[in-house]
Design a protein around this ligand. Sequence first.
Ligand SMILES: Cc1cc2nc3c(=O)[nH]c(=O)nc-3n(C[C@H](O)[C@H](O)[C@H](O)COP(=O)(O)OP(=O)(O)OC[C@H]3O[C@@H](n4cnc5c(N)ncnc54)[C@H](O)[C@@H]3O)c2cc1C
Length: 299
Amino acid sequence: MIPSDLVHARLQKQLRGQVKGSEPLARHTSLRIGGRADYFVTPRSVEDICATISFAQEHALSWRIIGNGTNILFPDEGVRGIVIKLGPDFGRIEIRDTIMKAEAGASLARVISAARAQGLRELDFLVGIPASVGGALVMNAGIPESAISEVVQRVRALTFDGKLITLERDDCRFAYRMSRFQEEKLIVIEGEFRLGRGKSWDGAALLQRRRERQPLGMSSPGCVFRNPPSALTAGQMIDQAGLKGYRVGGAVISAKHANFIINEGGATSRDVLQLIDITRSYVLKYFGVELKLELAVVV
Ligand SMILES: Cc1cc2nc3c(=O)[nH]c(=O)nc-3n(C[C@H](O)[C@H](O)[C@H](O)COP(=O)(O)OP(=O)(O)OC[C@H]3O[C@@H](n4cnc5c(N)ncnc54)[C@H](O)[C@@H]3O)c2cc1C
């Protein structure tokens, strides 16, 4: 086996972006959980991403893309492979007339404020979602009244064999917290949004609703489970099963929003997974509903 510092040096040589060795993933997730990634790459260009992926394939290493890490759980053991973070180097936002192009690493907060600066308010419903554009498109992020798929027009993506493709909205197979990007190994590079025609939102009221209902400012991944197609939401069922405040180690079901798990300090991935199993078994027992994960769990 090639020593990891040699692999690190070889990978770094091929990229303009930075490669860190043995990087704690807890630093890169809103849950503040996760062991170390053998290699953590911050690419500066699409060429860097392509070079990283071919390097991974050549060396039989696993690879995974992350955005802002606000809906992902990494294992305590870390990742024996490459984690690729699309950050500020993929943060370009361009608005021409009412068409906005935003790269995957731009935060929704920046995108919303860039649109507002042009008097465009259709993205305001995304206020308070701490995502990157890439993560938001992959997860089809949104609120009960709307989702990012309602405003995106097309998505530029990279295939794992290095081809840049453009997908029209209808080809992205968007559904509730779901998209084609979760099913296929496609990397979202940029979203194109058509603004200026749709609904404008009361961002301040939506932010206030979020403050009232969600445990903001705590280490959490947002909603852990998708809402099932039933009368009750996942959070309502977990609440009615009596699980608010239930704890495993440092992981607790939020007393404010039962679909949020909080890391109150020192929680491990194992704690969270155990809490997820317990929650699922209670909800199945009391409501006959099998909860499905919204949280991306890396194994
Ligand atoms: C306090 C809080 C509130 C939240 N509120 C909401 C809410 O109201 N509505 C909502 O929908 N979500 C909410 N979330 C969850 C989360 O913000 C969303 O799921 C968001 O879309 C994740 O984006 P991210 O950039 O953090 O993605 P990450 O967590 O980094 O990644 C999520 C998944 O997408 C993949 N991925 C990320 N970027 C790319 C890319 N460029 N190409 C391919 N795959 C990629 C990752 O591999 C992973 O599988 C909330 C989270 C928190 C912490």
